[in-house]
Design a protein around this ligand. Sequence first.
Ligand code: SAM
Length: 439
Amino acid sequence: MLNFTLIEELSKERFFLKKERLLNILERALNLKTLSLEDAAYLLSVNTEEDLKLIQQSSLTLKRKVFGDRVVLFAPLYLSNECVNKCLYCGFQNGNTYEKRKTLTKQEALKEADFLVKRGFKRALLVTAENSNICGVDYITDVIRYLYERSGLRILHLNAAPMEIEELRAIKKEGVGVFQLFQETYHKETYERLHIKGRKKSFEYRLLAMTRAIEAGFQDVGIGALLGLYDYKFDVLACIAHSYFLKEHYGTFPHTISVPRFRYARGAVIESPPAPVDDITFKKIVAVYRLAVPTAGIVVSTREPSGLRDDILCYGASQISAESKTSPGGYTQLVKEEDASQFSLNDTRSLEEVIISILEKGFLPSFCTACYKKERVGENFHKLAEKGVIKDFCSKNALYTFYEYLDNLENKDAREKIISIGKQKKVLSEDLVFKGKLL
Ligand code: SAM
């Protein structure tokens, strides 16, 4: 499915770095021409401050060309940590005896959802461990149905283990937006060393998960590699190759690419990353994903520290989580975060603080979920995004939903501050009147 020999060769290639070649690649990327894997490998090899700046500027220009200024906000909602797998880097690993094990009932999941809605979120990413007896497909569909019926969340995405087509079809039928799943590492040998128990042991089963998801009716899928497990050049190139494979076979790039980076997790077998990725490289990776896969949302989580998360918006990232808890029941304190979380968090700012930072950088916070309701998904979305049309929807809808958020914001001091910075940065109009409707 992916040409791993080529990926390996390109990840090791020592390129003769020339400004002319860099400018040529960036020009093609800015015109939304699909880059070759070799182009992407070349970009990943760039190492001078001056060239990195050129990559950063192009990725931001491209992000603006496709999505405008908006930055989508979401929160994860963890359903279960009762995992049967043993992934050596993960706090949910089966042999972790520190961990408090918990699977939310649907009533508990609703409490968590209500908490998030009260905070202003409209979209949540449901996350669950793998355990077909406790949190398998029947549980997942039940919770999704319950949350859609009773909570104010407008779209639910799902990060769960790879499944069979029939199982995925049942989940899709409940109205899930994006099915998200990370390959962790695309390097088979390393993968097999790090995943030693449970169904997750199978590298191939995981690699084909998105193909099954699309065949089950998911038009939007989210992929990623967990940075820090293996040589980043190999994993990033493989993730780009995976995106190209999906486009070639299903007419669209993945809807999102996430950039999870290894964090310490209490009770994990491996406590530090085998192949660490530093902050400068992390930024370069985000920019290269943007340039190589221009229509994908690039998702940055609270694994990253606040300053870096603010900066990364200028490298082409387009979606960020805020206020996250990575334990089931963490928002409503059914469990203590430190007793049941998957890994330690880095950015613990409130949603209001994150919004202020987004505005200060001149971007527009968005709570929009309209695309999923209006059939702007899969190939349709891709075509609109490629033509630079999706940003017109994004910008108006972001503003509409941001005004809606401000109308409902109970913390008056925070509201005043947000409005004042929004006006100062010319993101909000002086009269605070939104002219238009949700598109
Ligand atoms: N069971 C699902 C699966 O098989 O994909 C969900 C896995 S987990 C709840 C979600 C993601 O967290 C993983 O896919 C992995 O990339 C990431 N993760 C696990 N341990 C981590 C760590 N120590 N630091 C950062 N991210 C981690």
